[in-house]
Each structure stands twice: as structure tokens, then as C-alpha cells.
Write a protein that binds this ligand. Structure first.
Ligand code: GDP
Length: 643
């Protein structure tokens, strides 16, 4: 299992020059403590896999890494040699990048601990807007964006890069994340990217607390992020902000007017009223949190949005957590890498560097990263390439291990459980954040009967390539928040008998997908009592010769409940005890053969090989039914398939 026990060439995989380098000695014994980075872990679909995560930091000794990973020093040295590096002694220190490369080869996850040394300076707060669908999140973000620095500087024209900055009269600023709602927020949190400092919870004054309001509250609570409530649509005649306050209070939110510390602001995103008060409230909340970050030294940042631009290639909007990101630096972003060709601020202006909480668009990446990916600065192109390759290889290993586990699970399934069918899906969405949120949400519909297999994801419209791929593997195509495909594509899909699901709201997509999953599920065979009858008379067909078969006893019955079917199995009960069970040999109603007889009717019944009827016996008709799974949606807005 351990990588170092394998052949060299398998271990390496990270094409490195074979030259040997001496590693600089650095004496640091304690790990620094700031903004830990949790390497993206694959979500576990069915059962937990033995994941090990170790903390790594710049300048740690080989001995330290050996202790944390549980691997022999000699094994670490072997991996280092394969990477073209050499360390003489176990007390020699290594860079954080080398530590990660070694750990990845060992199949161990890493959490990067970055240096806390440097000047700590106040930084702006990063805010995410959440709330129930149609409560006005987009309208609020649009209204706030119009007050943003970019809008003012560019005369109202802003480019949509997934974040914007609003400046207060005092000169302080607030950064708003403009990414797709709470699904992206939770997806990012799952990937360890804790970029949000404050959540604005939008609740419509005319609608009140709804399932996704509660879901947003629990997300914020789980991430330990404070909430500022914006009661929206206060301009409407049916607005009742007081009712919203009471509802929120009864859901456990400690509002300021009720003696708690959660601020509540009444606004109208459409009439643009109360926005300055909301900004002030956010600023006050940020002040209370005394947000600070290291501003000098190499940056640590997170991707909040990523897309491909035809002319400029992959673009990632990032928020710096600490340090300063500088144009020209080599960076590793999740499993991708690149050299920063340009950094642009929210007004689209080229900037040389970016400081904490400042959203910037990065150009120069080789591939498209994912929302929530971490960004680390490395010394050279070679190091960037190696880390990216190492991370890709580790992701692939984890993916294969997960598939193996799923297969093991299938083997473990008890007898009688139907075979699990696969539902391949291709996801296309407007931006990377949506791709991820939709993929995660679809995977939550995985069940013991249907394996939701997202086979391909991408940003942009549905293309001929997607149709070809879907045809090859019988996949459904999901388009989220994207334009309807051109007629040629729709026609190609129809010809190939492919289903395209276009949605703008995740919940609606999940509802439709849930229905399809239920349809596709094989279901479980269950025996059900379809009817009950009482034996009123017994008739005997006697005098039959041996050649014509034995004598037959016919039970004259009345159906007292449900219905009887000729295809059913009959169970004979006497004083509550089963005395015989067998298939129906004959079912007649008024001397005519019948397929079914309903409640209230009399019938003549023959049970194969049964001649033991007595008046007063009870007969039950048993039928095999296929029970399909159920699509369950809970009050909190979460969904699942119950088998
Ligand atoms: P989201 O789904 O939460 O992003 O909601 P939207 O921003 O798309 O808003 C949903 C609907 O509510 C739209 O028709 C908006 O015009 C309307 N809306 C949003 N804010 C307000 C408001 O403050 N007042 C009124 N009257 N309508 C609003």
C-alpha cells in the first residue's frame, strides 16, 4: 500500500531533472500557526476511507516529516532522491513544497501551515450574501455593486468577476463575494477555503423565513461566521419585518433588538433604501472582529471563481488571505499551475500586486482551477509543475481508491438487494463555482440503488463534444445557468435520444433529477398482502379417474379486504396460524375464470396441492410488488433518495 515500497519509476511520476541539489538548512522547530490550508480531500460517498492528513510547514526537518507521516527516514530520502533532491541528515530542513511532494507520494493529505511572521495589518472583511431563492440576493448584490469602487471608477461599468469592493466614506472597504449563493459557499467550505468573514442573510419581508433561510443559517453557524440580517423588499405593501424578526428569533438567532448581537437592517434592494445602513452594519461587525492579516511575504490565496476566456485563457478570481500576491510569480492553484501574466482589480485595471481581502483576477494559468482551490506561491516553474503534477496524481489515486471502495461496497450488499444502476451525468454551468455546487448537489442524490456518476464537468455552453460524450456513455446532460443550446445541438440530442436538463435553481434541478432517479431505480421486490377472504363453503370435485388427476377441493370465499389475483400466492390461515401456502391453481367468479376479484365479491378458489380447507378459514392473497425509492426533500431544503 505504501508508495515507497513500490518500484522507483512508479514512485516518481513527477518528471524531475536528475541533478542533485543540496537543501538549505533552516532551523525552525515549531510549526507556524496561521490560516491552515486543508488540501482538497475527495468527498466520501459511502463509507470513510482511511485518510491521513499531516500538517507541514516551511523549514521542517526530515525527522519531523517522518514522525508525522509514519514513514521511515530512508523512505523519505528515496523519494527525495527521485525528485532530484538530496538531504544528508534527518535534521536537515526541507521546503514546504518538498514536504508536500513527499507526503503526496506517501498517499498522505497535507495541511499547509504558513508563516505567521511579518507585519499584521487590518484588512477589509469578506462578505457572502445568502438566503432563500427569490428573496433578493442577486438584486441586493446588483444594488451594492453599483456603489462599488469599480462602478464609480468605471462610470457604472463593472466587469463580473465574482467579487467586488465597496468603499465607505471613512475610506475603509468591504469585499463582497458575488458567487452563486450558499451552494458555492458550502462547497468552498468543504474544500477548506474559509474566505468568508461575514454572511448577509437576506430574508424577504413579505415571505419570511423559508427552508433555504434556515439552511443558510446552519451553514454560517457550522463555519462559525457571524450573520447580519437584511430584511429585504421592505418597500412592498405586504412587507412585515416584525414577523421576520420573530421568526428568526424563534429559530435561535439572537437579534440585537432582542438583546443579542445579530444586527438586523431593513432594506429594499429595488428601491435602493437602507443599503448605506447595511454597509455600516457590516463595517461595524468587521470592526468588532478586528480582522488582521500578514501583508508582507509570499501570498496565500483562494479561488472564488474561475472561467475560461476565449482570448485570455483560464482566469481565476482570487482573494488573498495573507501576504502579497505579485504579478510574475509562479503559483500552484489546486492541481493547476501557472505564472501570473497579469493581475486585474475589480475595475479591470492591471495591478502589480494584491493584498489581503482584495479580489483580483489572475491570468496565466495553464488549466482551469476550481472554486475553493488554494493558491500558493512557489520559487520556480519547475517546482510549480512538479507540485501540480503531484497533486493531479494524488487526486487520481484518491479517485481510483474511492471507486474501489464503492465496488467493495457493492460486493458487500446483502442478498436480495437489487443491482445498483449507474446514472452518468455531464454538468455544464456558467462558472466554475456553479459547476462545483451543482456537482456536489447531484452527488447528494446518490443512493444504494442508483449511482449518480458525474462523468464530465465544464464551464460554458453545451457543445457537440458533450453530446458525443453523452451518447457514448448514455449520460444525461445538465445545463445550469447557461444559455439554451443552439438548435443544431438540441436536434443532435433528440436524434441521439439524450435528455438535456436546463435549470437556474439548484433545488428545481434536484427535484427533476430526483424524479428521474426514482424512475431509473430498479426498486426492491417486496411481498405484500393484496387481499383477504373468508372461506364460506367447501366444494369437492370428486370421481375423477387417476388419469384425470386427483380430487380437487374448492373453497367458496368472500373477499373481505383488497383484491385477489390469479397470479398471487395464497396463504391459508386457521385461528391466525398459517396452515398452508401455495400458488393459486384456479380463481373463478360466477363459474367464469377471473384474473382478479375485488372486495365484497364471492369467488371459487383452488390452491395448488391444498385439500385442507375448513369453513371459517381465512385466505390471504400475496403479491410481489416492486417498491421504488423515494425522493425526500426536507424542511431545511436538503434532499436525498431513500431506498
Ligand atoms: P434571488 O433569487 O434571491 O437572487 O432573488 P432576486 O434578486 O432574483 O429577486 C427575486 C425577485 O424579487 C425579482 O423579481 C426582484 O425584482 C424582486 N426583488 C428583489 N428585491 C426586491 C425589493 O427590495 N423590493 C421588491 N419590491 N422586489 C424585489
Amino acid at each position: 500500500m505504501l508508495a515507497w515500497s513500490r518500484k522507483r519509476e512508479d514512485v516518481v511520476g513527477l518528471k524531475a531533472p536528475k541533478k542533485e541539489k543540496r537543501v538549505k538548512k533552516e532551523n525552525r522547530t515549531q510549526p507556524p500557526v496561521e490560516a491552515p490550508y486543508v488540501a482538497p480531500k475527495p468527498k466520501l460517498a459511502v463509507k470513510s476511507i482511511p485518510d491521513k492528513t499531516v500538517e507541514i510547514f516551511d523549514g521542517m526537518t526530515l525527522l519531523e516529516l517522518s514522525k508525522r507521516t509514519g514513514a521511515y527516514i530512508s523512505a523519505l530520502q528515496d523519494i527525495l532522491a527521485d525528485l532530484g533532491e538530496k538531504v544528508e541528515s534527518e535534521f536537515d530542513s526541507i521546503s514546504i513544497d518538498l514536504a508536500e511532494l513527499i507526503a503526496m507520494e506517501l498517499g498522505v493529505n497535507t495541511r499547509r501551515m504558513h508563516t505567521g511572521v511579518g507585519t499584521m495589518e487590518p484588512r477589509p472583511a469578506v462578505v457572502t450574501v445568502m438566503g432563500h431563492v427569490d428573496h433578493g440576493k442577486t438584486s441586493l448584490l446588483d444594488a451594492l455593486r453599483q456603489t462599488s469602487v469599480a462602478a464609480k471608477e468605471a462610470g457604472g461599468i463593472t466587469q463580473h468577476i465574482g467579487a467586488f469592493v465597496v468603499e465607505m466614506p471613512s475610506g475603509a472597504s468591504i469585499t463582497f463575494l458575488d458567487t452563486p449563493g450558499h451552494a458555492a459557499f458550502s462547497a468552498m467550505r468543504a474544500r477548506g477555503a474559509a474566505v468568508t468573514d461575514i454572511v448577509v442573510l437576506v430574508v424577504a419581508a413579505d415571505d419570511g423565513v423559508m427552508p433555504q433561510t434556515l439552511e443558510a443559517m446552519s451553514h454560517a453557524k457550522a463555519a462559525n461566521v457571524p450573520i447580519v440580517v437584511a430584511i429585504n423588499k421592505c418597500d412592498k405593501s405586504g412587507a412585515d419585518p416584525e414577523r421576520v424578526r420573530i421568526q428568526l428569533g424563534s429559530e435561535g438567532l439572537l437579534l440585537e433588538d432582542m438583546g443579542g448581537d445579530v444586527q438586523v437592517i431593513e432594506i429594499s434592494a429595488v428601491a435602493k433604501s437602507g443599503l448605506d445602513k447595511l454597509e455600516e452594519a457590516l463595517f461595524l461587525q468587521a470592526e468588532m472582529m478586528d480582522l488582521k492579516a500578514r501583508t508582507d511575504g509570499p501570498a496565500q490565496a483562494f479561488v472564488v471563481e474561475a472561467r475560461v476566456d476565449r482570448g485570455r485563457g483560464p482566469l481565476a478570481t482570487a482573494i488573498v488571505k495573507s501576504g502579497t500576491l505579485v504579478s510574475g510569480q509562479h503559483i500552484v492553484v489546486g492541481a493547476e499551475w501557472g505564472r501570473i501574466r497579469s493581475l486585474r482589480d475589480t475595475s479591470g485595471k492591471i495591478t502589480e500586486s494584491a493584498k489581503p481581502a482584495m479580489p483580483i483576477e489572475i491570468e496565466g494559468l495553464r488549466g482551469l482551477p476550481m472554486a475553493g482551490d488554494d493558491i500558493v506561491v512557489v520559487d520556480s516553474e519547475e517546482r510549480a509543475r512538479m507540485l501540480s503534477q503531484g497533486r493531479k496524481k494524488k487526486q487520481e489515486k484518491d479517485r481510483l481508491r474511492k471507486i474501489d471502495e464503492n465496488m467493495e461496497d457493492d460486493i458487500d450488499t446483502p442478498e436480495g438487494t437489487p443491482e445498483r444502476v449507474e446514472m452518468p451525468i455531464i454538468v455544464k454551468a456558467d462558472v466554475q463555482g456553479s459547476v462545483q455546487a451543482v456537482t456536489d448537489a447531484l452527488r447528494s442524490l446518490n443512493s444504494a440503488q442508483v449511482f449518480v456518476n458525474v462523468v464530465h464537468v465544464g464551464v460554458g455552453p453545451i457543445s457537440q463534444h458533450d453530446i458525443d460524450l453523452a451518447q457514448a456513455c448514455g449520460a444525461y446532460i445538465v445545463g445550469f445557468n447557461i444559455r439554451s443550446p443552439p438548435i443544431a445541438i438540441t436536434q443532435a440530442a433528440t436524434r441521439a435520444n439524450l435528455k438535456i436538463l436546463q435549470h437556474k435553481i439548484i433545488y428545481h434541478l434536484l427535484e427533476e433529477m430526483g424524479r428521474l432517479i426514482v424512475e431509473k431505480a430498479p426498486g426492491t421486490a417486496e411481498t405484500q398482502i393484496s387481499g383477504e377472504a373468508e372461506v364460506l363453503n367447501i366444494f369437492e370435485l370428486k370421481g375423477r379417474s387417476k388419469s384425470k388427476g386427483p380430487d380437487i377441493k374448492i373453497a367458496g370465499c368472500r373477499i373481505t379486504d383488497g383484491h385477489f389475483s390469479k397470479s398471487g400466492t395464497m396463504r391459508l390461515l386457521r385461528s391466525g396460524e398459517t396452515v398452508f401456502e401455495g400458488p393459486c391453481a384456479s380463481l373463478k367468479r360466477e363459474k367464469q375464470d377471473a384474473e382478479t376479484v375485488d372486495k365484497g365479491n364471492d369467488c371459487g378458489l383452488v390452491i395448488q396441492d391444498c385439500d385442507d380447507f375448513q369453513v371459517g378459514d381465512v385466505v390471504q392473497c400475496l403479491e410481489q410488488v416492486i417498491r421504488k425509492p423515494k425522493f425526500i426533500s426536507t424542511q431545511s431544503g436538503s434532499v436525498r433518495i431513500e431506498c
